[in-house]
Design a binder for this molecule. Structure first.
Ligand SMILES: [Zn+2]
Length: 258
């Protein structure tokens, strides 16, 4: 099983991964809070050559579901651009949050916008890496918080080979139980391509997205380890930096060679 972490050192992700003993690292390719364009990574060659796998997390400003043209259109462009840049690095995928419509808007239109993202790109030959849609923690009009919404989302995008990224903090804070979560989500999506393994500082169904180190949060760490064993997918920790090395050590011990 490939286990690693999101690395904050975006300029040297492989060095950061090596320091942690990670099999896989996740990085941003641009400031995640801005609409900046992606430029060629200064260490692209090293990243491609490294045995450490790489997954790219897309910018947080992206909201593919949005009914607002001024958000949705740049979001589509940013997903295509970041997928291309991820492919240039040999990444295993591009993580994109499920996004949301606004309160009072029809979620069906948001699901349709997700479908259009894939439809339009299919006309251009499809995305160059798998798009891994991540579940999110908050909001009543989210596309991928509650699993019944993820089922509607998958009705819209499943035909296009969309991938899924399961975030344990988001599922828990979003109000989805973690015992049996892998089976429940696979019954909907047919796949889990990546696990974001995070504990939660907040209670079940709090709708708050605050990650905690594996031993520190409101989720039983053994339940988190069980998710990893069941999912059989690469694992990225997005836990507070100070405890990541400890989280990795715990996880390697807990999952053994499962
Ligand atoms: Zn995540």
């Amino acid at each position: 099983m490939r286990i690693g972490a999101h690395v904050r050192e975006d300029d040297d992700p492989i060095g950061a991964g090596e320091a942690l003993g990670a099999d896989v690292v996740q990085l941003f390719l641009t400031d995640p809070q801005k609409w900046n364009k992606v430029t060629e990574h200064p260490r692209a060659e090293q990243i491609r050559a490294s045995p450490i796998d790489v997954v790219v997390h897309s910018s947080y400003v992206i909201n593919v579901a949005s009914l607002n043209n001024r958000i949705r259109i740049p979001s589509r462009n940013a997903v295509a651009q970041q997928a291309k840049a991820a492919a240039d690095l040999g990444a295993i995928g591009l993580v994109v949050h499920g996004g949301h419509v606004r309160d009072g808007e029809d979620p069906a239109e948001g699901f349709a916008n997700w479908r259009k993202l894939f439809e339009r790109q299919a006309d251009k030959g499809g995305f160059e890496v798998p798009i891994l849609i991540e579940n999110t923690a908050g909001g009543d009009a989210a596309m991928a918080r509650h699993f019944d919404d993820i089922a509607r989302l998958w009705d819209a995008v499943g035909d296009f080979g969309a991938g899924f990224c399961l975030d344990t903090c988001h599922a828990w804070a979003g109000g989805e139980e973690l015992v049996g979560v892998v089976e429940r989500i696979k019954a909907i999506t047919g796949r889990i391509d990546l696990v974001h393994l995070n504990n939660s500082r907040d209670e079940f169904n709090s709708a708050r997205d605050r990650h905690a180190n594996l031993a520190d949060g409101t989720i039983d760490a053994e339940v988190l380890a069980a998710v990893v064993v069941a999912a059989q997918a690469p694992v990225i920790l997005e836990t507070p930096a100070d405890g990541v090395a400890e989280d990795l050590a715990y996880l390697r011990e807990a999952v053994g060679d499962a």
